[in-house]
Design a protein around this ligand. Structure first.
Ligand SMILES: Cc1ncc(COP(=O)(O)O)c(C=O)c1O
Length: 345
């Protein structure tokens, strides 16, 4: 009995699929640009141990995580050589979970941006931290000028400070390259200033949009490069679209003179914060919970009830997080099934 359907047409929809040749090309292109430790892949983009293993086999042995669950999953899979939780943790129960991973042999480094997060890490028995610096994205991170004092506070609390991190998330998605580079350079000047005060060997930053224009970071935390989405496609990066959601057409009607079609993949199958997804041969009108409404871009000849549609998500990270599994396909052939096993918190 085959482990999974032989053909793309046999998959129940909505189905998350990844095209294996695009995946291989993205893996190779990134590891040529940023070999080994120059890339610390962010697993939040795919939440999938099998894909993390491929990145590790490519030579990227350290990982960036956003959640304790991602840290646990990677450690359990034997990928815990050097895990950075690029996120703040205050809850002692979560710190305890991280300390358990360290006790079991994983290398665990936690981002801290306040005396409170330092105290939580020290109290929970963690050993290694990085100082998270706000380099312009209004999210986590201490002010660059406070980084040195916070590092001293952490060292006084018995923690090893490995260096700094600072994610330039306000720059990574800027479509115009010159503007993206300028924003990244300004952000990285702030991170370099903070690093001068903090010391340590790590300067961790960057994403898919800035993977090749960050001259300050010692390692880049890109994740989306592996699967890609329409938002990153508009940046003309050397990565191919590997991720799709397959849907089926369920219904069709006329709106006045105009025929529209309804597919079975909606908001609950697609991350929508970067706007509507794209459909091959279609024009997307809108998505609702379980539906996508669209019309044919040209004539309707490819559209019929029951026909498959191939949808390109606008944002890969939240899209993946809606699905249990990712089907690996080679053209029409289904070649593997990867569990999306790093979901949850
Ligand atoms: C801390 C951090 N580093 C790096 C990234 C880069 O990810 P991407 O490859 O999607 O640009 C993100 C994405 O949000 C992030 O939150």
């Amino acid at each position: 009995v085959p482990k999974f359907p032989a053909s793309l047409r046999d998959l129940a929809t909505p189905a998350l699929v990844v095209e294996s040749s695009a995946l291989e090309n993205n893996l190779r292109r990134m590891s040529e640009a940023l070999p080994g430790e120059r890339l610390r892949p962010h697993v939040k983009a795919h939440k999938c141990t099998a894909l993390a293993r491929m990145q590790s086999e490519q030579g990227h042995r350290g990982f960036t995580c956003a959640t304790v669950r991602e840290m646990e999953g990677l450690a359990a899979a034997g990928l815990g050589e050097d895990l950075l939780l690029a996120n703040e943790v205050l809850d002692p129960r979560k710190v305890e979970r991280l300390a358990a991973l360290a006790a079991a042999g994983a290398r665990i480094t936690l981002a801290v941006d306040s005396r409170e997060t330092v105290a939580a890490a020290a109290r929970g028995g963690l050993r290694e931290v990085v100082i998270d610096v706000n380099v312009g994205l209004p999210r986590c991170g201490c002010a660059p000028a406070d980084a040195g004092a916070l590092a001293t506070y952490a060292r006084d609390a018995g923690l090893e400070v490995r260096g700094v991190m600072g994610y330039e998330g306000h720059a990574v998605g800027v479509a115009e390259r010159e503007q993206r580079e300028a924003l990244c350079a300004t952000a990285m000047r702030l991170l370099a200033e903070a690093h001068d005060q903090v010391g340590g060997s790590l300067v961790s930053a960057g994403g898919t949009g800035t993977f090749d224009c960050n001259s300050v970071a010692t390692e880049i935390q890109a994740g989306s490069y592996l699967l890609m989405d329409t938002a990153y496609q508009s940046l003309e990066l050397p990565f191919e679209q590997a991720l799709f959601v397959m849907g089926s057409l369920l219904s069709t009607s006329l709106a006045g003179e105009r025929r529209f079609w309804v597919g079975d993949a909606g908001l609950k199958a697609l991350g929508m914060d970067h706007g509507n997804p794209r459909v091959d041969g279609g024009e997307v009108w809108f998505c609702s919970d379980e539906h996508i409404t669209l019309s044919a871009a040209g004539d309707d000849s490819d559209f019929a009830l029951g026909a498959r549609i191939r949808i390109t998500p606008a944002h890969c990270d939240p899209t993946v997080a809606y699905h249990d599994a990712l089907w690996v396909v080679d053209g029409e052939k289904v070649v593997d099934r990867f569990e999306v096993d790093l979901r949850g918190w």
